[in-house]
Design a protein around this ligand. Structure first.
Ligand code: HEM
Length: 181
C-alpha cells in the first residue's frame, strides 16, 4: 500500500509511545528509515508486517490496532493534501458513504498502483445503515470499523458499528444512536 498508511500508523503509535520507540520498532523490521514516503508504494506484506509489529509491541490485539489505525486515518487524510476531497464527499453520513467509491476513484489518478476497496450502501433508515465492503485484501475489516466510527463522529452521529465477514469483504451494520436523541 502507499506509504500514507504507514505515516498514519506512525501517528497512531505516537499516541502510545515516544518517537524513539517507533524508530527502534522499525529497526526490528527491514526498515531503517524512520519515515515513509506517502507517494511511494510498498508491498502489502510490508504493511501487514508493520501492523503486526505494532500490535505485538503495544500488546494490543490486532483488531484493536487496526481499529485505532482506522480512527487515525480519517484525521490523517483530512490533514493531508486530500483533505478537501474528504470534506467535499457528502453533506451527511449517508451521502458520504454513497460517495466513497467515487472518492477513491478520484484519488486513484494520483496513485495508479492503488487497489482501492469498494463500498455499497445496502440499506439506510433512521435506525440503521448497512454497508457492504469489498476488498482484494483480507483482514482489514476492523480498520474499516475504525474509519466508520471516526467518520460518523465528523457528522455528529453517535453510532455502533458491527460487521459480518463475507467472502471478499464484510457486511457492516451501523446502528444510529443520535438521530432519535
Ligand atoms: C481523503 C480521504 C481518503 C484517502 C486519501 C484515501 C486513500 C486511500 C489509499 C491511498 C488507499 C490505499 C490503497 C493502496 O495503496 O492500494 C486506501 C485504502 C483504503 N481506504 Fe481509503 N482513503 C480515504 C478515505 C477513506 C474512507 C472515508 C474510507 C471509509 C471506510 C476508506 C477506506 C479504505 C480502506 C478500508 C482501505 C484499505 C484497502 C482495502 O481495504 O483493500 N478510505 N485509501
Amino acid at each position: 500500500m502507499y506509504g500514507m498508511i504507514h505515516q498514519a500508523l506512525r501517528i497512531m503509535v505516537l499516541q502510545h509511545v515516544e518517537e524513539a520507540e517507533w524508530e527502534t520498532l522499525l529497526r526490528t523490521s527491514d526498515h531503517t528509515e524512520p519515515l515513509f514516503i506517502g507517494m511511494e508504494y510498498y508491498s502489502d506484506a510490508t504493511t501487514m508486517e508493520l501492523i503486526h509489529l505494532v500490535s505485538a509491541h503495544l500488546r494490543m490485539p490486532l483488531d484493536d490496532t487496526l481499529r485505532q489505525l482506522g480512527c487515525v486515518w480519517i484525521d490523517f487524510a483530512g490533514a493531508s493534501e486530500y483533505g478537501r476531497i474528504l470534506r467535499m464527499a457528502g453533506d451527511d453520513f449517508v451521502s458520504f458513504l454513497e460517495s466513497l467509491d467515487r472518492m477513491h476513484a478520484s484519488i486513484r489518478s494520483n496513485m495508479p498502483k492503488a487497489e482501492m476497496p469498494s463500498f455499497e450502501l445496502i440499506s439506510a433508515d433512521d435506525a440503521e445503515l448497512q454497508v457492504r465492503y469489498r476488498s482484494t485484501r483480507t483482514g482489514l475489516a476492523p480498520m474499516v470499523q475504525g474509519i466508520l466510527l471516526a467518520t460518523a463522529e465528523r457528522f455528529d452521529e453517535r453510532v455502533e458499528v458491527t460487521y459480518l465477514p463475507e467472502d471478499g469483504g464484510a457486511l457492516f451494520c451501523i446502528q444510529r444512536k443520535s438521530l432519535n436523541g
